[in-house]
Ligand binder design. Sequence first.
Ligand SMILES: NC(=O)c1ccc[n+]([C@@H]2O[C@H](COP(=O)([O-])OP(=O)(O)OC[C@H]3O[C@@H](n4cnc5c(N)ncnc54)[C@H](OP(=O)(O)O)[C@@H]3O)[C@@H](O)[C@H]2O)c1
Length: 299
Amino acid sequence: MILIVGASGCLGSAVSRRLLARRLPVRVASRRPASLAGLRACGAEVRLLDLAREDMLTPACEGVTTVFAAAHALLGRGAHRSEVVDRDGHLALIEAARAAGVRRFVYTSVLRASPDHPVDFWRTKSLVEQALKSSGMEFTILRPSAFMDIHAHRLIGRAILTGRRVQLMGPGTKRRNFVAVDDVAGFAIRAITGDELTGRALDIGGPENHSSLEVASVYGELSGRPVRVSRLPTWLLRTLAPVCASLHPGLARLFAMHALADEAFDETFDPTALLAEFPGRLTTLREFVGAQVVRAPTH
Ligand SMILES: NC(=O)c1ccc[n+]([C@@H]2O[C@H](COP(=O)([O-])OP(=O)(O)OC[C@H]3O[C@@H](n4cnc5c(N)ncnc54)[C@H](OP(=O)(O)O)[C@@H]3O)[C@@H](O)[C@H]2O)c1
C-alpha cells in the first residue's frame, strides 16, 4: 500500500492518479476526504489525515510500504501554521512511518532547502530532510523549483485568461525557475516504484528561468488577451510582513519572501545535470501556457 499525504494538492493528486492508472494500491489522505472523491472513484482508499493530529499518523501508516509526502502549509496559520504542519507534523509522520515498518519514504522538499536559508520554510524543509536521512528507512528527497501550475498559472496566467488584472508582489522582474507538476510527478513515480533514486536528494527544475512579467507576457502573446498588471511595492511588503506576523504568519512569510533582495534568495536552476542524468523532455513555459490557453474558456 502506498500512502499519499497531500493527495488533494497539485503534486499529490497528479502522483495519485498515475499510481492508480498502474493499478497500484493507493491510500490517499487529506483533512477534507470529500475532496478526494475523484481518486476514490479511480480505486483509492481515502483516509482523513491532519498532520497537526499526531494520533492520526500511526493508523494512516498501518499496512503501508511506501509513503509519499506532498503536503505543506507555507501559508498556514493558527493550529495549521507551518511550524506545526511542515516541521512537527512531518517529523512525527517520519517517526510514525518508521515505527509502523514502512520501507520507503519519498519526501517533497524544495529547491535549495538549507539550514541557513533566509526563509524559515526552506530551513524547515532542510530539517525534515535530515530527519528522514537518519530514519533508517529507504528515502528519496525531491527538491523541485516553483510549480508552473501554481506560480505561473494560478497566480498569474489565470487572471489574464479570465480578463482580470494580475496582482504581483514586488516588481515582478526576479528570474525564477518554473517546473511543470507533470514533470515533477514523473520523478516522484520513479522514486516510489523503482530503486534508481533511493538514497538520493534530487534537484528538479524546468528548462528555463523567467520573471513573473515574462510569464504574464507569454500568456498575453499565446492567448491574444490583454495583460494588465498591478504591483505591490517592495516597501509595502516590507511594512506589512511584521504587521501581520502574529495574525497570519503564512501571509507574513509571503510578504517577507517577496520583499527579499533577489540575491538574498536565488530561485534559478540550471537543468544541465538533471537532463544529462535523465535524458528526456522537460516542459517549457510556452508549451505549458499553450496547453492552458487551449483549455481556457472562450467567453
Ligand atoms: N507549489 C510549488 O511551487 C512547490 C515548489 C517546490 C516544492 N513544493 C512542495 O511540493 C509539495 C506539494 O506542493 P503542492 O503545491 O502540490 O501543494 P498544494 O497544491 O498547495 O496542496 C497542499 C497539500 O497539503 C495538504 N495539507 C496542508 N496542510 C495539511 C495538514 N495539516 N494535514 C494534512 N495535509 C495537509 C493539503 O491537503 P488538505 O488541505 O486536503 O488537507 C494539500 O493536499 C509540498 O511539499 C511543497 O512544499 C511545492
